[in-house]
Design a protein. Structure first.
Length: 157
């Protein structure tokens, strides 16, 4: 994270990206966003109908069950967004320093830890995109499973 924090955004200009590729990627992202939005509308209607059927005519019970479902979904959503951030950071690290263990020709700013070359070598060596992916995604998946187990145990009890 220190390497990403010290690197200005201008160091990561797109390489050999055509205008068509740029717009097509944006088109695909917007299409995927629309599909996810449509799925969420259908899913929320289904959940609403199920909550109404479970709670009966009690408005208080419907609201309580709805908030419980929302609170149960928050850790899942935050974990998925965190995993997306980890993948994005690893992708930028790959562009900055590459996959090699000891990158000689990294695209890091020259002023990053200029006064301590040994520390710079250690920090850049540890800022490996694969290490970030394994550690970041591994702990996130573990947290998701532990959270799912706790939620299941709470619902069963």
């Amino acid at each position: 994270m220190a390497v990403l924090h010290a690197t200005p955004r201008r160091y990561l200009k797109p390489q050999k990206e055509s205008v068509l590729a740029h717009f097509f990627v944006r088109f695909l992202a917007l299409t995927a966003a629309f599909m996810v939005w449509g799925l969420s509308v259908v899913a929320s209607d289904s959940i609403s109908t199920t909550v109404q059927a479970l709670a009966g005519n009690s408005e208080r019970a419907v609201t309580s069950l709805g908030f419980n479902l929302l609170l149960a979904a928050v850790p899942l959503v935050v974990s998925v967004l965190w995993m997306a951030l980890i993948v994005r950071c690893a992708w930028f690290l790959r562009r900055l320093r590459g996959w090699r263990q000891n990158p000689q020709d990294s695209r890091l700013p020259k002023r990053f830890l200029r006064h301590s070359p040994q520390l710079r070598r250690v920090v850049v060596g540890l800022a490996h995109p694969g290490l970030l992916l394994v550690a970041g995604l591994g702990t996130s998946v573990l947290a998701l499973f532990l959270g799912a187990m706790e939620l299941t145990l709470n619902l069963i009890a």
